[in-house]
Design a protein around this ligand. Structure first.
Ligand code: XMP
Length: 516
């Protein structure tokens, strides 16, 4: 919780899209935090001192026994409140209105008609398209409220108590399917709550550097550097803050992309002068992975070895006091489950599942308050080259999960070559920044081909490229056929061991981004 900015409190009732509210506000330069409804009471609110409050949507019905409520004290703080969907319904129920289960559920696109001149809808057209997703609906509004928009199935699509600055909408202004949504949120945040948008990366950088210095004092910090955006930004930020008290450890697992290790060492050790230990652990990793073909076993082995190598290097340094990690805000939000329920493990993503407690390291997590796009903006603020800041995500287990079946050194070498050609073609076509993630997968399948007059019997390579905003869902990237043809020809001509190339057109869901 930071107090040096104007801040907005988002009370989470468990909607799938609560994070989007936070993103929209951050995009307006406004600092906000998401907290589960049951953690927000009067004491919390007094400490947090929000300048405005947003009540999120949620899966509950206000009619269900023990369905969640906003702490009543939030309505007495004298700050503007915006209720969205379930947030509207609970606001209504709590302030004396009536909510019923609607006979017609409204889901998806709907047209609203704006009524009157509410400041919430300043600058909007008389009718607007919005995205609805609700079963319950408001039947009677609390005293002092007026209707400011209606739709065919929702006579109280939006309501307001202008004097108290309470607003509530049945639809979701935070999703892109509500084209006027950003304007509505901006009207609420800037026009009504009067926030100036004082959340800038330059200010964040200076404050965070001061905080790191205060936290670390004269202690020693180690940082696992993978060369990805998050750990790169952490390393440079920490180096600015504490200079030589920082040591970075880069583990070359032998499962990196072609040229990756050199790029990381060149930038961080040679350009930034950051003390960097680059451990060549390829033989160790490949040795322990020999004969293993189960994806989860691969992840566990790799995760365990990371920790061993890291711990050994930290030991050689003569002890460290702090471990720096690139934890991001979505990880923080997700680790505070809305209802405490378990979620299904599809893949155990976090390759470093924590260091052994005996190392007794305290954590430095300077990116805990940031979303991924903000980390990129911070990286730019810190002067990191675009080639690092704009990088596609790369999984911790690296190429190990892009070689289904057993991993061998020759298979890694083949994949590195093919992957480099694929990325080179993407760069040349100017498509790199349009794609969330692109990579090749070496399949454990041989097929027959013919090259010159020779019969070949070699492996199949699958190409994957997806668009996404957060990696949670994804669509395949619609390459032009000539791009695919050109890339396939180059790979087959230049890489011995591959004689067939296919393109993966699966979206997520039902697929996942990686093949393992
Ligand atoms: P999936 O395959 O689950 O991937 O759709 C979503 C995002 O997570 C990355 N990913 C991983 N990252 N360790 C990581 O650090 C892992 O084990 C791992 N598995 C998948 C994937 O590259 C994509 O960006």
């Amino acid at each position: 919780m930071t107090q040096s900015h104007e801040q907005v409190l988002i009370v989470d009732f468990g909607s799938q899209v609560t994070q989007l509210i936070a993103r929209r506000l951050r995009e307006m330069g406004v600092y906000c935090e998401v907290h589960p409804y049951n953690k927000v009471d009067a004491k919390f609110a007094a400490r947090f001192a929000p300048k405005a409050i947003v009540l999120s949507g949620g899966p509950n019905s206000v009619h269900w026994a023990d369905s969640p409520r906003a702490d009543d004290s939030l309505f007495d703080l004298g700050v503007p409140v915006l209720g969205i969907c379930y947030g509207q319904q609970t606001m209504c129920a709590q302030l004396g209105g009536a909510v019923s289960a609607s006979t017609t559920r409204e889901f998806g696109r709907a047209e609203i008609e704006i009524i009157g001149n509410s400041r919430l809808f300043a600058g909007l057209q008389p009718t607007e398209i919005v995205w609805m997703s609700h079963g319950d609906k408001v039947d009677a509004i609390p005293d002092g409220f007026t209707v400011i928009a209606r739709s065919k199935h929702a006579p109280f699509a939006a309501i307001a108590h202008e004097a108290k600055q309470f607003y509530a909408v049945q639809f979701h202004p935070e999703v892109v399917h509500t084209p006027c949504g950003t304007k509505i949120l901006s009207n609420f945040i800037r026009g009504i709550a009067g926030l100036s948008g004082d959340w800038t990366m330059a200010a964040f950088r200076d404050e965070t550097i001061a905080k790191i210095r205060a936290q670390v004092g004269t202690g020693r910090v180690i940082c696992g550097l993978s060369g990805g955006v998050d750990s790169s930004v952490v390393a440079v930020l920490l180096h600015e803050a504490i200079g030589a008290q920082l040591t970075c450890v880069y583990v070359d697992t032998g499962l990196m992309r072609a040229g990756e290790t050199k790029q990381v060492v060149d930038l961080f050790r040679d350009h930034y002068n950051i003390p960097l230990i680059a451990v060549d652990a390829g033989d160790l990793f490949l040795g322990k992975l020999a004969g293993v073909d189960d994806p989860e076993k691969k992840r566990k082995i790799i995760g365990g070895l990371f920790i061993d190598v890291f711990e050994a290097e930290a030991g050689k340094l003569g002890g460290a006091d702090f471990l720096a990690q690139g934890t991001l805000y979505p990880d923080v939000i997700e680790s505070v489950s809305f209802d405490g329920g378990p979620s299904v493990t599809i893949k155990s993503h976090h390759n470093v599942g924590g260091l052994p407690a005996r190392m007794k390291l305290r954590l430095v997590e300077p990116l805990r308050e940031l979303f991924k796009d903000e980390v990129r903006a911070l990286g730019r603020e810190l002067g990191l080259p675009e080639s690092f800041v704009g990088r596609h995500p790369f999984p911790g287990p690296g190429l190990a999960i892009r070689i289904p079946g057993e991993i061998t050194a020759p298979a890694v070498a083949i994949l590195q070559k093919a992957d480099a050609i694929y990325l080179d073609e993407i760069q040349k076509a100017g498509l790199y920044d349009d794609i969330w993630q692109a990579f090749a997968v070496l399949l454990p399948v041989r097929t027959v081909g013919v090259m010159g007059d020779e019969r070949t019997y070699e492996q199949v390579l699958a190409l994957r490229a997806v668009t996404s905003t957060d990696g949670m869902t994804a669509d395949y990237f619609p390459f032009a056929h000539d791009f695919l043809g050109r890339t396939a020809t180059r790979i087959i001509n230049e890489v011995r061991g591959i004689n067939r190339v296919v393109y993966d057109i699966t979206s997520k869901p039902p697929g996942t981004i990686e093949w393992e």
